[in-house]
Design a protein around this ligand. Structure first.
Ligand code: GTP
Ligand code: MG
Length: 734
């Protein structure tokens, strides 16, 4: 997440001007050196400077990331092969190149061939899986952390998620012990394992450790029976799949007997039960806080979605500015600086696009989070990226949202591009619906570019209305407003533009946000939170960020971290920088954990109630609805499993049956393939455990998306967890 920023409470005075408040005052005037002196003495990042020239001799250059296996720059293979092996390698390479062409550099192919012991099929699988790897997403914005006094900038722990090779289950026990040794010697950074020339066992060990120390999901609190799409939820109810794995369900009751829990209790934290008076006190405190909340404003998580450059960040940045959440000085600074870089039109977008790269490219890459209040609501705003390369981040943000604003660009030709097949207006709307968002506010933006034309507005409303209905949104849950994010028209104040005022008498954007219906929270379920960020604070322990999916958490609670299986103690719970000491379902919180090793926690890990742990699934049975496909899905089809804050490579292991999309009836058992626009029950297997739940028990933790080749191909609901991590370990030791 674009974590830890707090636009509302930021002290702009500290980071910007002193006494000077004069508009039009040149930014350059604030410097007390002449440009020439500055040029002479200031470090210029633009110049191509070889940093190693500043270093002491003998410090080895870091290995190039793009060369993780230690290959030379020329890309030549570094293997010592005898003649026979070399001949084998050449013939394998030839076969492989016949299949994949020259899409993958030769040296990577060579390495893969050697790694897979000259097995062409295995090599192809590995290479094709790698090719499917999602683009780097969601790197931590450490600079933001540095701004927060209580958090020290430390080694990032949010890691890029790349597909991992499968390791034979029998290797796991050996690998784990090797990995634990390695961890003592190396930093916990995941990148290390890839860039160092380590033996195969050691590599497997690290891969295994990594797999074990992550996985997960955050969830939505919309507790709506008609989530997913209308027809899908109907299907789900009608199918009445009740096959709950009794071993999994009993986990909570078997505390101490289950091997996973047994390990937990031996993990260093004494699992001593709280005294009854303490429990009573805690409960009373929670109840009190909950009562207080009920009398206050409703909390609502709002995500802003839409095609790239629709004006999402500008619209929300300007809204925050008009509301006074961002002050004039800061805005003036953004204006001046963006102008200097030739990106003047992005000044309002800079309120939410905080990183250097986002600002220089003029593209949102990661979810930005901030908060503001309307008359009746306390809103957590999540600004999603529109570019298709960052859809995984958009999914992460949307999975944590209750409601959405879909921003569309009214400009002629632009709306059509976003709306046609492959455009993100369409894809985002579908994703949001599949991820449980049922209320949508459509902001028809950039109305200034179409001269505030009512005909254009009506045309867009009709086109979108038909599509959104098909996508499963109820008419009564969708509203439309015309606006201009750049000009600030119809955001917080009544329309001033005469051409718009002629025909539009409806609500402003802010009023419409205030009209979102409150959503139900899963307060009665055991505590679950899927981690979307991990970082080290100044004091003891470390911090995790995420949205409470269900139940509640408060300082002093003992929680279980899955899939690592470690117990930890909640030292503090903060929300929007205020120390609430507790968090309820739906809250975006930062939790400080103590008593466990931070290296065992990663983005996608879950923290949960130790008595009712979340499942660490290795294989699930799921109902999927297929959207658009070029190739039919067959057994063994590789997909990228998008679930809350993780993207995980997975394989469709089995096609159980094809269903009638409308009635949910089984049309065909064990189909050979699944084509577009169909619905089916399939089994999906992961390389490493994913913390999830069944849809019927935890709606928000049971939803996922499948992507393939950079396209969203299906949405799914978890029907049953077939194999868990603990079961796999049991099997491997047998
Ligand atoms: P991504 O997050 O990268 O998908 O883009 P975005 O949807 O956040 O768009 P952003 O706010 O970055 O704006 C893109 C461009 O559209 C900028 O140059 C804005 O100035 C311009 N823009 C935004 N709103 C309006 C508007 O109401 N009218 C006009 N004319 N331009 C606008
Ligand atoms: Mg943006």
């Amino acid at each position: 997440m674009s974590r830890h920023r707090n636009v509302r409470t930021m002290n702009y005075e500290d980071e910007y001007y002193d006494e000077d408040e004069v508009y039009g005052h040149s930014y350059d005037d604030s410097y007390c050196v002449s440009p020439a002196t500055a040029a002479q003495f200031t470090f210029n990042r633009e110049r191509d400077i070889n940093l190693s020239s500043y270093m002491e001799e003998g410090i080895p250059e870091e290995e190039d990331e793009s060369d993780p296996e230690g290959l030379s720059d020329s890309g030549r293979d570094n293997f010592k092969l005898d003649d026979v092996e070399q001949a084998k390698l050449n013939s394998c390479k030839e076969e492989i190149v016949n299949v994949i062409g020259d899409t993958i550099p030769e040296h990577i192919v060579s390495q893969a061939v050697v790694r897979n012991h000259y097995n062409i099929q295995a090599t192809l699988n590995e290479l094709l899986n790698q090719n499917e790897a999602p683009k780097p997403q969601r790197q931590p914005r450490t600079d933001r952390r540095a701004n927060r006094q209580e958090f020290a900038p430390v080694q990032p722990t949010v890691q890029l998620k790349t597909p991992v090779k499968k390791t034979a289950t029998s290797d796991i026990a050996k690998a784990t012990s090797a990995a634990s040794q390695i961890r003592l010697e190396s930093s916990p950074s995941r990148g290390v394992s890839d860039s160092q020339p380590v033996s195969k066992t050691v590599k497997n060990a690290i891969a295994k450790t990594e797999r074990d120390s992550r996985t997960g999901a955050v969830n939505l609190s919309v507790n709506n029976e008609e989530d997913f799409t209308d027809s899908d939820s109907r299907n789900l109810t009608e199918s009445k799949v009740k096959a709950v794995n009794p071993e999994i369900d009993l986990v909570g009751d078997l505390m101490g007997r289950d091997p996973e829990i047994a390990r937990v209790t031996s993990s260093g934290i004494p699992a001593t039960p709280k005294s009854t008076s303490k429990v009573k006190q805690d409960k009373a405190r929670l109840k009190e806080e909950l009562e207080r909340r009920k009398t206050g404003k409703d909390l609502l998580n709002l995500v802003v979605i839409g095609h790239v450059d629709a004006g999402k960040s500008t619209l929300m940045g300007h809204l925050l500015y008009q509301m006074g959440v961002v002050n004039k000085r800061a805005m003036h600074k953004y204006e001046q600086e963006s102008k200097k870089r030739g990106k003047g039109s992005f000044a309002f977008a800079w309120v939410l696009d905080e990183t250097e790269e986002e600002r220089s490219r003029g593209v949102t890459m990661d979810i930005a989070q901030t908060a503001f209040e309307t008359l009746h609501k306390q809103i957590t705003l999540l600004d999603a990226p529109g570019h298709k390369d960052f859809i995984p981040n958009m999914i992460t943000g949307t999975a944590q949202a209750d409601v959405a604003i879909l921003v569309v660009n009214a400009t002629r030709g632009e709306f059509e591009t976003g709306f046609e097949s492959g455009g993100q207006t369409r894809e985002h709307a579908l994703l949001a619906r599949s991820l449980g968002v049922s209320q949508l506010l459509v902001a028809i933006n950039k109305m200034d570019t179409v001269n505030w034309s009512q005909t254009r507005y009506d045309d867009i409303v009709v086109k979108l209305g038909t599509f959104l209905k098909q996508a499963g949104y109820k008419d009564s849950d969708v509203s439309y407003i015309p606006c201009s994010g750049l000009g600030g028209e119809n955001l917080t104040k009544a329309v001033t533009e005469p051409k718009l005022a002629e025909w539009y008498k409806g609500s402003t954007l802010l009023e419409q946000i205030d009209k979102f219906k409150p959503v139900e929270r899963s307060m009665d379920r055991p505590f679950r939170l899927i981690i979307s960020d991990v970082f080290k604070g100044l004091g003891s322990g470390f911090s995790v960020v995420g949205r409470v999916s269900s139940g509640s958490v408060q300082a002093g609670d003992k929680v279980l971290v899955q899939p690592a299986g470690d117990l930890a103690v909640v030292k503090a719970v903060t929300m929007e920088d205020s120390d609430n000491s507790c968090g309820f379902a739906g809250d975006h919180v930062t939790i400080i954990l103590t008593g466990m090793d931070m290296a065992h926690v990663n983005v996608g890990s879950a923290i949960c109630d130790p008595q009712n742990p979340i499942k660490s699934a290795m294989r699930i049975r799921a109902r999927i609805v297929i959207f658009n496909l070029e190739l039919p899905i067959t057994k063994g089809f590789t997909v990228v499993f998008h679930y809350q804050s993780i993207t995980e490579p997975a394989i469709i292991k089995r096609l159980n049956c094809q269903l009638n999309k409308n009635t949910g009836e089984v049309i065909k058992n064990k189909p050979k393939c699944l084509v577009k626009n169909s619905s089916a029950v399939v089994e999906i297997e992961f390389d490493r455990p994913v913390c999830l739940e069944m849809y019927k028990e935890y709606k928000d933790l049971g939803r996922f998306m499948l992507r393939h080749g950079g396209h969203t191909i299906a949405a799914g609901l978890v029907e049953e967890v077939l194999k868990t991590k603990s079961k796999t370990e049991e099997n491997s030791t047998e």
